[in-house]
Design a protein around this ligand. Structure first.
Ligand code: ZN
Ligand code: ZN
Length: 479
């Protein structure tokens, strides 16, 4: 069951289906359509899928699933009720409670209340914004920003947002239409997703507004709007290439306006600011979360979660979706409304619901599976760490030859990459390596220990004199 079409919920599905192609997929029309185009890219065509909508039920063995409309930063999101012999589970998926959403589809609190009266044994709730007090701002409240931007700008406007944020794209299209501008999409996922959304009726574009990006360039600059991917500073995205002036046909001009209409996902700060600086260097006016309210979150804040707990009145709560600090904050909210049993379970923890009581029953092995080029799961966390060291600290190789009869040390030959321009930087450490190895050879140390010794001597010196911790590869050859 896929609650909605965001990448963190559907992105791994092609890899799962490669292992087990017969797993049935359950989700709303838009969710499965977005997933379907992804599966086709992976050349996975034959899938078992069930398109469902709010109000519908579907049975899988001992589980009866029932779906409820929820509001989120992508249309057609669903919460799911799982009826089992052990009790009733309500899983919110990602959700918020915007009371004036752009598409008018609100989180169905009537249904939450009805289930609450019937009795919910386990309530699994989105923790993402549990630390944020109050209520998440309505999508409607940020509409003045695109309107103002369009009103003020006399040149080209580029808006970058998530390729799944159909409502944000709708806001930009509406503003473009109102200001007699034409719109083009740039970025593969933007083009793909918006054509799906338009075809299914989730995006409304008046005829003649949408043009090909290359055609757009022929129009006067005050009639151009580009909607692009890359709001998180992804290095290969359309926006990054525009900022670096390496995009094949979008060439930024002084006075153009660029809006980054999305949140800043933690960890992406450097990449995003690099793009903003790149755009500013060409003279663009950059509007982003740091200087204007251009984005609202897709997740319920603490106030909304409190309402949910009071409406659903669950017997047990299990916070989901978020880091441990978000889940703990969410657990506190549940307890504050009188929920006695809150189960804290991180990835891999097994929770059992027996006779209306949820408890931790075990743990299964789990972790990240890295997709590296065309290989899946072959690369480990330790090789990711090696790559990080290589990229940030560089690499030093030390080759020494030891005469196994006389114990005489030849070399060392030292080469570095990404560390020092000139290998002569290592001249100072060479005598110390020779001394240490000569002594070790006299004591009959084996070659593995000698390698460790070289690594230690070089590592200590590099750290002391250069304050760096590069990867050191010692090679000790006994000849
Ligand atoms: Zn989501
Ligand atoms: Zn999510």
């Amino acid at each position: 069951m896929l609650t909605h079409g965001h990448e963190d919920h559907i992105g791994a599905t092609p890899y799962l289906l490669r292992e087990r192609g017969d797993i049935p997929l359950v989700g709303s029309e838009l969710t499965l359509a977005l997933l379907g185009s992804k599966l086709r890219e992976h050349r996975l065509k034959e899938t078992v899928h069930h398109v469902v909508a709010e109000g519908e039920t579907i049975t899988f063995g001992p589980f009866v699933l029932e779906f409820i409309a929820v509001n989120h930063s992508i249309p057609d999101a669903l919460a799911v009720v799982i009826r089992t012999g052990a009790g009733v589970v309500l899983h919110t998926g990602d959700f918020k409670m915007d009371q004036l959403p752009l598409d008018g589809r609100i989180t169905d609190l009537n249904e939450f209340a009805r289930l609450g009266d019937e009795g919910v044994d386990l309530f699994m709730t989105d923790s993402t914004n549990a630390e944020v007090p109050g209520f998440t701002t309505s999508e409607k409240d940020i509409a003045p920003v695109p309107e103002r931007v369009f009103h003020k700008s006399a040149q080209r406007i580029i808006v970058a947002c998530f390729a799944s944020h159909i409502h944000r794209v709708q806001q930009v299209i509406d503003a473009a239409v109102a200001n007699n501008r034409k719109v083009a999409y740039v970025g593969r996922s933007m083009v793909r997703n918006m054509s799906i959304a338009k075809e299914l009726g989730y995006l409304h574009v008046p005829a003649g507004v949408l043009v090909d990006a290359k055609e757009l360039a022929d129009l006067p600059v005050d009639r151009q709007v580009l909607i692009s991917t890359g709001s998180q500073g992804e290095p290969l995205s359309a926006l990054s290439r525009i900022a670096q002036r390496t995009h094949s046909f979008v060439h930024l001009e002084e006075g153009d306006t660029v809006v980054l209409a999305s949140s800043l996902i933690p960890g992406n700060e450097n990449a995003v600011y690099r793009v903003i600086n790149g755009l500013a260097r060409w003279g663009a006016n950059v509007v982003h979360k740091g200087n204007a309210p251009v984005h609202v979150s897709g997740h319920a804040s603490a106030g909304e979660l409190l309402y949910c707990y009071n409406i659903v009145k669950p017997r047990n709560v299990m916070p989901i979706h978020g880091e441990i600090r978000h889940m703990r904050a969410n657990a506190e909210l549940a307890r504050a409304t009188g929920v006695e049993n809150v189960v804290m379970a991180e990835d891999g923890v097994v929770v059992d619901l027996v006779d209306g009581v949820a408890s931790i029953a075990g743990k299964v092995e789990c972790g990240y599976v890295f997709v590296d080029g065309s290989s899946i799961g072959d690369i480990s966390e330790s090789s990711m760490k090696d790559r990080r060291i290589l990229s940030e600290e560089g690499f030093i190789s030390v080759i020494v030859v030891i005469d196994s009869v006389t114990g005489k040390v030849s070399g060392p030959e030292i080469h570095a990459r990404g560390f020092a321009e000139d290998d002569s930087a290592f001249d100072a450490i060479k005598p110390q390596i020779v001394d240490a190895l000569t002594k070790a050879a006299a004591e009959g140390t084996d070659s593995y220990q000698m390698q460790q010794l070289v690594r230690r001597v070089v590592g200590r010196w590099v750290n002391k004199t250069h304050r760096r911790r590069p990867m050191i590869i010692p090679v000790v050859i006994e000849a």
